[in-house]
Write a protein that binds this ligand. Structure first.
Ligand SMILES: *[C@@H]1O[C@H](CO)[C@@H](O)[C@H](O)[C@H]1NC(C)=O
Length: 319
């Protein structure tokens, strides 16, 4: 066979692939020939796995843990949701906000964060220039529309929301609402996750007050913290959610607060890191690593200033 014929054959084969992919009512091509399908039978939540992950990998976040188990499982199991699931994660650095989205992706999609149906946008990486906001807007809207058209069960994660431009955020709004369809596309099965440090200081202050009063942090409840979050989000003029209609229109299903981490949680993080690296967990080493971190406020030294963020690097040093 000469090169031209080979080329032609290849071309025919590839076009057939694309065609079959587009008109594949029984998902046969998808199931056997591509690595991942948007198949309702395959995109289900692994509720048990999620529970195990939350218990063994997410430390010190009793409220966030409860929300993830209830909201995500309920949403995915619902075949006819009224609106997309919208979570807004708030809290100081290193408390597990990005990790939280990863846990969700890992337990919904076969390929986890590498899934073709998971899309992560980071303000400073994807939308760095102020002057380009109009381009970004239409690009982002096209991406969301295109991807949800391909797969209704898509997940969009927006990191660094606190650094995102207002116009850009408002351009996402229509997709989060109770619309039946928007230009013929339904967004109701999608998941949107927004991550920001907004409200972190207020959450920390509340947790600190609790600690000072000698109360158990597990007694902190979502309702109290949600109020704290609303207020900080509303009152903070720099905050990008401020004065937009998000809260008024109840587009966000849950404001998920992440509490600052204490020494004992950092120890748990180190032990988990050891386990993940196949090293036998060692309490002494874990405590040494945890002690090496910086804690605040200056006088009380209750919370790790970077949460569990630098654990991995520290461990390289001790390990
Ligand atoms: C889906 O989103 C990605 C960004 O994550 C984008 O590059 C791609 O073009 C989008 N796909 C469609 C079909 O719009």
């Amino acid at each position: 066979m000469n090169a031209a014929r080979l080329h032609l054959l290849l071309h025919v084969f590839l076009s057939a692939g694309v065609l079959v992919h587009a008109f594949d009512p029984f998902g046969i091509f998808c199931k056997y020939f591509t690595e991942e399908c948007c198949d309702p039978e395959m995109i289900v939540v692994n509720a048990k796995g999620l529970q195990v992950d939350v218990q063994s990998k997410l430390f010190g976040q009793h409220i966030a843990s409860r929300i993830i188990l209830k909201a995500v499982t309920g949403f995915i199991n619902n075949n006819n949701p009224k609106k997309p699931l919208v979570l807004s994660l708030h809290g100081p650095t290193g408390t597990g906000k990005s990790f939280y989205s990863q846990l969700i992706a890992d337990n919904i999609y076969k390929e986890g964060m590498h899934s073709n149906f998971v899309h992560v946008f980071t303000s400073q990486l994807h939308f760095p220039y102020l002057t380009h906001v109009d381009t970004y807007k239409s690009q982002l809207q096209q991406w969301i529309k295109g991807n949800v058209t391909n797969c209704g069960r898509s997940m969009f994660i927006f990191d660094e929301m606190d650094k995102m431009q207002r116009g850009l955020i408002d351009s996402i709004k229509p997709y989060l609402d109770y619309n039946q369809k928007l230009d013929g596309v339904s967004y109701r099965k999608a998941i949107f996750i927004f991550i920001s440090n907004d409200g972190g200081e207020e959450i920390t202050q509340t947790a600190l007050d609790f600690w000072k009063a000698g109360r158990d942090r597990e007694e902190l409840e979502l309702r109290g913290l949600e109020t704290v979050l609303y207020e900080s989000v509303f009152n903070n003029k720099k905050s990008c959610l401020w004065d937009s209609d998000w809260i008024k229109d109840e587009l966000v299903d849950f404001f998920v607060p992440f509490l600052p981490l204490e020494y004992r949680h950092v120890v748990q993080c180190v032990l988990a890191e050891m386990k993940a690296r196949g090293v036998p967990p060692n309490q002494n080493v874990a405590e040494r690593v945890a002690k090496d971190l910086v804690y605040y406020p200056k006088t009380e030294r209750v919370f790790s200033s970077k949460g569990c963020k630098t654990i991995s690097n520290k461990w390289d040093y001790y390990g």
